[in-house]
Design a protein around this ligand. Structure first.
Ligand code: AVJ
Length: 302
């Protein structure tokens, strides 16, 4: 049984059913995410890009290499590569389609070495390939917000262990904003985010022989005030049983029972330097977008 099948099986066996959000990004899911970034209600990606375009020139220039977690299509990275002109750029992504697009988009701006792997394993491979000079790691788009708050600092410490002093990380984090704004961003009236979420069931049907009736589920987004995160769920509209052949698994749903598919943590700007400090970094710069509360911060490994 492959890893996807194992994780589907164990996630759907929990009392609160859940599926890991990294599986949202197959080819269709990545295309739907790109469409989300164009939604008027989803200001996150535009805010990220505005800050990068404006402040790339303020970044230190002493990096021989740039690596990026979750490169996506690479379109936000252009301004940074232009400003820094590194020898090598290592996009790290689990999606081969995303790596292809990013390589095409940024072709000619550096020597590009795509790495198809998860973040930490990918960073290990950057370390093996990189000869000398400092490394700038990009962790944009508030991807860190998808990590559970309990494992967030562990993950950052694991990143820090793979860096040398003088290396740096540029990290983008979405900030707390009015409730309505946050809910609209994750439950847009056009239904693109709903399609992005429901596609996870389609992917299970396609890749694991599942028989999910996608129309029998509904997208649901909520803000969990206590944990300060948007949660995406898929709510069963009826009582039903689903079979996933490749995962050798049946699973029952009560009407209104949900599968929790993603968390997007929202940060306060004040806590960002504290998170840096707690995980072996020093925050050297912090820029906040004026239109859509979003922070970009440069952390130096010390
Ligand atoms: C790319 C993970 C940051 O959490 O805002 C967008 C993904 N999910 N709409 C986010 C997402 C629903 C996005 N990240």
């Amino acid at each position: 049984m492959n890893q996807f099948a194992c994780e589907v099986r164990s996630g759907l066996a929990k009392p609160q059913k859940e599926l890991p959000s990294k599986y949202l990004y197959d080819e269709l899911g990545s295309a739907l995410f790109d469409a989300i970034t164009a939604l008027p209600e989803y200001g996150l990606t535009r805010a990220d890009r505005r800050i990068l375009n404006r402040h790339a020139v303020d970044l230190p220039r002493d990096f021989a290499c740039v690596a990026e977690f979750g490169s996506g299509s690479g379109s936000k990275t252009r301004a940074i590569l232009e400003a820094i002109a590194p020898k090598t750029y290592f996009p790290i992504d689990v999606s081969p389609a995303a790596l292809d697009r990013c390589t095409r988009e940024l072709c000619g701006m550096a020597h590009i070495q795509p790495i198809e792997d998860s973040f930490l394993e990918g960073l290990d491979r950057v370390r093996e390939a990189q000869e000398s000079g400092a490394l700038l790691l990009l962790f944009l788009g508030s991807t860190l917000g998808n990590f559970d708050s309990r494992c967030r600092n562990d993950f950052l410490q694991q990143v820090r262990l793979r860096m040398r002093s003088g290396d740096a990380m540029l990290i983008g984090l979405d900030l707390v904003k009015p409730l309505e704004t946050m809910l609209d961003a994750y439950d847009d009236p056009t239904g693109v985010t709903a399609a992005f979420n429901l596609n996870l069931l389609g992917r299970i049907n396609r890749e694991l022989g599942g028989d999910f009736d996608i129309r029998a589920f509904a997208h649901h987004a909520l803000y969990n005030e206590t944990d300060r995160r948007i949660e995406m769920h898929l709510r069963s509209r009826i009582n039903q049983t689903v079979t996933v052949t490749e995962a050798d698994f049946h699973c029952r749903f009560r009407a209104d029972e949900t599968i929790w598919t993603e968390s997007s943590h929202k940060f306060y700007a004040d806590e960002i330097p504290e998170i840096a400090h707690a995980t072996g970094f020093v925050s050297e710069a912090l820029w906040v977008d004026e239109e859509w509360p979003f922070a970009e911060s440069l952390w130096r490994a010390v």
